[in-house]
Design a protein around this ligand. Structure first.
Ligand code: IMP
Length: 388
C-alpha cells in the first residue's frame, strides 16, 4: 500500500481538468496506478495459488481497475460484476439492499471483492452481509483507493493500492455526478489554497478574444467572486434599449471605448448592489488611467483595493482566429467585421497599455501566457491567484 498525500505537478502533463462545475488536479498518474496494480496482482497471485477464486467487481466505479488488475492475475479464476442497489421495502425494515448480478453459485469459493474506492466502508459491509447466505469459503477486499480518515466499517480492506486523504477524487472509473470516469489518471478536487481574510479583487486584462470571459467564469466559481464585466453590462443595456445602452451602442459599434464617466457611474451602481462580497473580478475595465484611478477611489470607499491585475497574453494572429470563430456563434456584430476587430485590437494596444503601467507601478501587474487549452490557462491563473 502506498500513502498518497499530494502530487507535485510535472509541467508537461495535463495537471488540471474540469468535470462539470469543478476543477480537479492530478493526484495519481497512470504510471503510478499501473505500477501499484502490478504489485497488488503479484500479492494476490501468491496468496491464492491453490484456490477456487472469484473476483466480484463492484460496478460502476471498479470497471477500469478490475480490467487492469485482471490482466496481471495469472490464476485460473472467475470474474463477476455486481451492483449494489437500495430500495425502500414495503415492510417495516425500511431500506432493503440488494446485490444485482450475483448469478453464479459461489458456495465453497474464495471471493475477492474488487472496489475502486473504500470510503466509509458501508458498501463493503453491506456486500459482505449479502454474501453470507451464499456459503462462500472466504471473502477479502481489494481496493485501489482507501480513505482511512472516512472509514467507519468493521474490517479494513485486505489489499489496498493507495491510502489517500479524505478529499474527493475522480477518474480511472471514479465519477463526479457520473462524469469523469473515463480518465486514465486519478484527480483530486482542487481546493482554494489559502484562506483569505481580505477581499480578492482582480482586474482581468487582455485583448478582445483573449479568453477573459471563459477564465472569469472559472475564477468566480473557484474563489466565489462577483463578476463585473462592463461589456456584459453594456450589452444587457443595449438589448434592453435603456438610455445608457443606446448611448453606449454608438461607441461600441465603432470599436471605440465608452466614455469614462458613463462607465464609472454604471460600475458604481453594480458594486453598491453587493453586500459582503468575497471580491470582484473586473473584466474589460479599467481601460484608461482615469478609469483605474476612479476604480481605486471606488474600492477605497468600501475599504478595499485591487489585489492584482492579471494580463492574458495572446498574439494578434491567434486573436483574429479566435474572434472569427466566435462570430459564428456569438451573434456579436463587433466579432464579425475584420475592420472592427482590428480597431478593437489597436485600441487595446494603444489606449490601454498605460493601465498596465499604472498597476505595474503599484507592483500589482502579473502576465500569464494566454495560449494553450482553456484548462491549461485556468491552471496558470489559479496558481497565480493562489500565490497573491
Ligand atoms: P463507501 O462510503 O465506502 O460505502 O463508498 C461508497 C461509494 O462512494 C464508493 O463506491 C464510490 O462510488 C463513492 N465515493 C466515495 N468517495 C469517492 C470519491 O472521492 N470520488 C468518487 N466517488 C467516491
Amino acid at each position: 500500500m502506498l500513502l498518497r498525500k499530494s502530487y507535485f505537478c510535472r509541467s508537461n502533463s495535463k495537471n488540471v481538468i474540469r468535470v462539470l462545475d469543478k476543477s480537479f488536479e492530478v493526484f495519481i498518474t497512470k504510471e503510478e496506478i499501473q505500477q501499484e496494480i502490478g504489485r497488488l496482482a503479484e500479492k494476490i497471485n501468491a496468496d491464492y495459488s491453490n484456490s477456487d477464486l472469484v473476483f466480484l467487481s463492484v460496478l460502476n466505479g471498479a470497471f477500469m481497475f478490475t480490467a487492469d488488475l485482471l490482466k496481471s492475475i495469472s490464476l485460473d479464476c472467475e470474474v463477476s460484476f455486481v451492483k449494489m442497489s437500495s430500495y425502500s421495502g414495503v415492510d417495516s425494515r425500511g431500506q432493503v439492499d440488494e446485490l444485482i448480478g450475483l448469478g453464479n453459485n459461489l458456495a465453497g469459493k474464495d471471493i475477492i471483492i474488487v472496489e475502486d474506492i473504500v470510503d466509509t466502508g458501508i458498501t463493503i459491509d453491506k456486500i459482505k452481509s449479502l454474501l453470507e447466505p451464499e456459503g462462500v469459503a472466504s471473502v477479502k477486499v481489494c481496493t485501489l483507493l482507501y480513505k482511512p480518515d472516512a472509514f467507519k466499517g468493521n474490517e479494513k480492506p485486505d489489499y489496498v493500492g493507495f491510502s489517500i486523504p479524505n478529499a474527493f477524487v475522480v477518474g480511472y472509473g471514479l465519477d463526479y455526478n457520473q462524469k469523469g470516469r473515463n480518465h486514465d489518471t486519478i484527480y483530486q478536487i482542487r481546493e482554494q489554497k489559502k484562506h483569505r481574510t481580505s477581499m480578492l479583487n482582480i482586474v482581468l486584462f487582455g485583448p478582445p478574444g483573449a479568453g477573459k470571459g471563459t477564465q472569469s467564469e472559472r475564477l468566480i466559481e473557484q474563489y466565489g467572486l462577483i463578476h463585473l464585466s462592463t461589456g456584459d453590462i453594456f450589452r444587457a443595456n443595449i438589448k434592453g434599449e435603456t438610455e445608457l445602452g443606446v448611448l453606449a451602442k454608438t461607441y461600441i459599434d465603432k470599436g471605440q471605448l465608452v466614455p469614462d464617466e458613463l462607465t464609472i457611474n454604471m460600475l458604481k451602481a453594480e458594486v453598491s448592489k453587493q453586500s459582503d462580497p468575497k471580491g470582484f473580478i473586473f473584466d474589460g475595465f479599467p481601460r484608461t488611467i482615469a478609469q483605474a484611478e476612479a476604480l481605486d477611489a471606488l474600492l477605497a470607499s468600501i475599504e478595499t483595493s485591487i489585489t492584482a491585475m492579471i494580463s492574458l497574453d495572446v498574439d494578434e494572429a491567434e486573436l483574429k482566429d479566435r474572434l472569427a470563430n466566435r462570430a459564428k456563434t456569438s451573434g456579436r456584430p463587433d466579432d464579425a467585421n475584420p475592420d472592427v476587430i482590428q480597431n478593437r485590437i489597436d485600441v487595446y494596444k494603444n489606449e490601454t497599455a498605460p493601465v498596465k503601467r499604472f498597476y505595474e507601478q503599484q507592483d500589482k501587474w502579473v502576465m500569464i501566457n494566454g495560449i494553450g487549452t482553456i484548462d491549461e490557462i485556468t491552471e496558470r491563473l489559479f496558481a497565480t491567484v493562489d500565490s497573491l
